[in-house]
Design a protein around this ligand. Sequence first.
Ligand code: TEU
Length: 537
Amino acid sequence: MKKKWWHNKIVYQIYPRSFLDTTGNGIGDLQGIISKLDYLKLLGIDIIWLSPVYESPMKDNGYDISNYQAIDPLFGSMDDMDELIKKAKALDISIVMDLVVNHTSDQHIWFKEAKKGKDNPYRDYYIWRDEPNDIGSIFGGNAWEYDEASNQYYFHLFTKEQPDLNWQNPKLRQEVHNLVNWWLEKGVRGFRLDVIDLVGKDVDNHITGNGPDLHKFIREMSEATFIPHDAVTVGETWGASVEDALQYSNPDNNELSMIFQFEHISDSWHPEFGKFKAEPMKRSRIKEILYKWQTDLDENAWNSLFLNNHDLARVNSRWGNDGRYNALCCKAFSTMIHFMKGTPYIYQGEEIGMTNVKYQLITDYNDVETHNFYKEYVIDRAVMTHSEFMSQLHLNGRDNARTPMQWDATLNSGFSSNTPWLKPNTNYYFINVEENLKVKNSVFHHYQELINFRKDSRYSDLIIYGKFIPVDTEYEDLVLYERRYDNQRLLVAVNLGENSVSFDFDHKIQDILINTGNVEYFKTVTLKGYESLVLSY
Ligand code: TEU
């Protein structure tokens, strides 16, 4: 595969609202990120993916954009944005913006114009019909909102304040290309493309994801914007299969650098109630899915490697044990993916072992998805009790990832001098950056090691380009795989359970890269609960 500048880079996702508040309004801001660039450099990351900081009414915390070329005053100014791009670049850190162009806010000028009437030149920037069909919104309820003034309905796959853009309209597509190039010319180095698999929708034929024109639209945008700027891109594509990924991220197709697939995330979700009635995730399924994506993309496309983001409960709580095993299981899950082939994504706070939160009141939660489904499942349809919903929310709600970043043990975890927009997790007293930096074998120092190996000339080609080979084991909890490149061999062994597992290993060991326990290895290797071992031989 032809080498790209971003192949050896690690991405750190920042949810600005929860990262660091420097103005005392209880909400994170751009100056907060600028003040922590040295921390991120110390961690070793190369790219920052910034969740939206554009002007927004914040119905969906910025994923409802009212001006793509302005910074919301909550986060700062365009000068702050330019300062972030410049100061990050000085540290050899690239900025990737979150491109939310499946929909805008209903406060965007385009929609305000469109609502003026059927003959308004912006009307067809959106999707209007005389009669709704039965497509549902991803955030609950129907996907059509009645507009009395024109006696028509407009389409919204998310909240009614997030009207879907009509990508069949070439003028709209050109507007999107223009704003993408505007940001690229400001010095950003790429984009995360929010629900990009939805922009090819064909609502009259009940198609929302993977529509007939999707890849044509993506290729057209890529050839007009990303490719001329050698930008890195990652598409958020919830329904993507391996076949889709081979189409999206085979470099010959001029589409995207890679995608986020979610098969390993939603595998145990309920067919109707999704994350709000999820089964425990089987280790055999984690391995089966991740190994499949490794072997099936192989040399023809590029994997993203992630277990956390701003929409997902934290993996150590979701799949692991965030009590006595918290640090070890954070190290186990990160080791499992960081030695795989693809681009690793670190979500703010996972590098210090932050966990899910258990608010007792539904009113403590902020997320619009949570409140919509609480109303639908508990109040309107009464298909779940309050406590059933709350226990699922504690396990899988999106706010689990959005609690304020835990910097130290001072008031509000050092996140803000004022009351934070979302209550801090009370475990910030002992799970925080300051504590992690002090402790030699902390989660932070483990992540630093993982990142360093990917840049270490002894191992970088092996980790970045080496062949992925799964290794059979009788233990469901044992992740065992190899990476091979020329005559180099790496063995990765991770115990994703609390009981000991073992495997025979009768080779001359060259080097031990990771050993999170006091793992004995002589002919037979035994890993105790959540221990990891990575060795070259
Ligand atoms: O998320 C896409 C999305 O649909 C997820 O919210 C997912 O459906 C849900 O978490 C699974 O239950 C993107 C953004 O990442 C998310 O933050 C936005 O809310 C959403 O799109 C709308 O822009």
